[in-house]
Design a protein around this ligand. Structure first.
Ligand code: UDP
Length: 335
């Protein structure tokens, strides 16, 4: 893979789940990740591969100062955002402020700092409900959730900055990030946790009574939602591929980052039982606001434009690495 050769890369949200894995991979590839994070959702202990600049995207003056502090940086990876779909429906003010206002400040601070390369973490939730699967990048973007709407607004701002100010960008539309680094040092730790796999693991380990399965009457083969789970270290690799392509002259791209395989919520629970040997206790519940019935990626552009293909993303490996991480975290909490 690409040698970053000592480059400083600013990782906004580097203390978070995906961000910490991106930082680790930047360091592995010979670069230095500079984490910009307000630690509202991220964890200081996850910043292990480079310095931490504690800064809030909504504080424009502080952001300008932070960029001055790291004026050697060659590119920015932007992963900081509010992400829980259900919470966005109830608290749109928080989502639009953190995600859209924060990203506008970031784009503009980059313009002032003359930093012209950005990798942005967008989402499959920008596409909206459609029967056409797998989803291609050129398919209509009609987001259903507040979360998806905020990410699409940012995609549009980035396109405008490209056109008017020459910003080079790669927007990565992640499907469902899952799994953990094999070291067990970093993984998914949200508080409160809202995601399927970590909650199912808590239930499997007896750390919560059960999981509530949100909706069993969707128009899918087993009635539960279908998602495309991609290992977080594959997502991290996609960022290195994008940095390499900037070097080769890529100036703009929107790319799906998924495996192309649709997996139902029930499939996930069954595989957790098989891989961990612990059955996931669950009850059937109502649909969750903002959820789409199915989402899985066409991955052709990722290969064609970035030379990227997932290599860590079998559902078994995702579950094995996530289980390893959660068990070491629970042990640490108890000690
Ligand atoms: N889900 C569920 N119970 C939970 C959490 C999630 O049934 O406690 C479902 C959720 O409704 C969706 C799928 O699991 O159908 C994936 O949700 P998650 O929040 O993990 O990711 P999202 O697809 O929203 O990004």
């Amino acid at each position: 893979m690409y040698d970053l050769n000592g480059q400083d890369i600013i990782v906004v949200g580097g203390a978070g789940y995906i961000g910490s894995h991106v930082c680790k991979m930047i360091a592995q590839q010979g670069g230095r990740p500079i984490t910009f994070d307000n630690l509202s959702a991220g964890h200081e202990h996850a910043v292990q591969w480079g310095p931490l600049e504690k800064v809030d995207l909504c504080d424009r003056a502080a952001l300008d100062t932070a960029f001055k502090n790291w004026s050697n940086a060659t590119a920015v990876v932007h992963l900081a955002s509010s992400i829980e779909v259900g919470i966005g429906e109830k608290q749109p003010a928080e989502f639009y402020t953190n995600n859209v206002v924060g990203a506008l400040n970031l784009l503009d601070a980059m313009r002032v700092a003359k930093l012209d390369k950005l990798i942005f973490s967008s989402t499959c939730a920008t596409y909206g409900e459609t029967d056409k699967m797998p989803i291609e990048e050129s398919d209509p973007q009609l987001p259903f959730s507040v979360y998806g709407k905020t990410k699409l607004a940012i995609e549009h701002m980035i396109q405008s900055y490209h056109k008017a100010y020459g910003l080079n960008y790669v927007t990565l539309r992640y499907f469902n990030a899952a799994g953990a680094d094999e070291s067990g040092l970093i993984g998914e730790e949200h508080d409160p946790e809202t995601h399927l796999i970590p909650i199912a693991m808590q239930a499997a380990a007896g750390r919560r009574k059960e999981l509530t399965l949100f909706g069993t009457d969707y128009d899918t083969p087993d009635g539960t939602c279908v998602r495309d789970y991609i290992h977080v270290n594959d997502i991290a690799r996609a960022h290195i591929c994008a940095l390499e392509k900037f070097e080769a002259g890529l100036s703009k791209a929107e790319i799906n980052i998924g495996t192309g395989d649709g997996v139902s919520n029930l499939d996930v629970l069954k595989t957790i039982g098989e891989v961990t040997g612990h059955v996931v206790p669950y009850v059937e519940g109502a649909r969750r606001d903002g959820d789409l019935s199915k989402l899985y990626a066409d991955k052709g552009q990722a290969k064609a434009v970035l030379g990227f293909e997932p290599i860590h993303s079998s559902l078994e490996n995702i579950i094995k690495t996530a289980w390893n991480f959660h068990n070491s975290r629970w042990q640490n909490l108890e000690n």
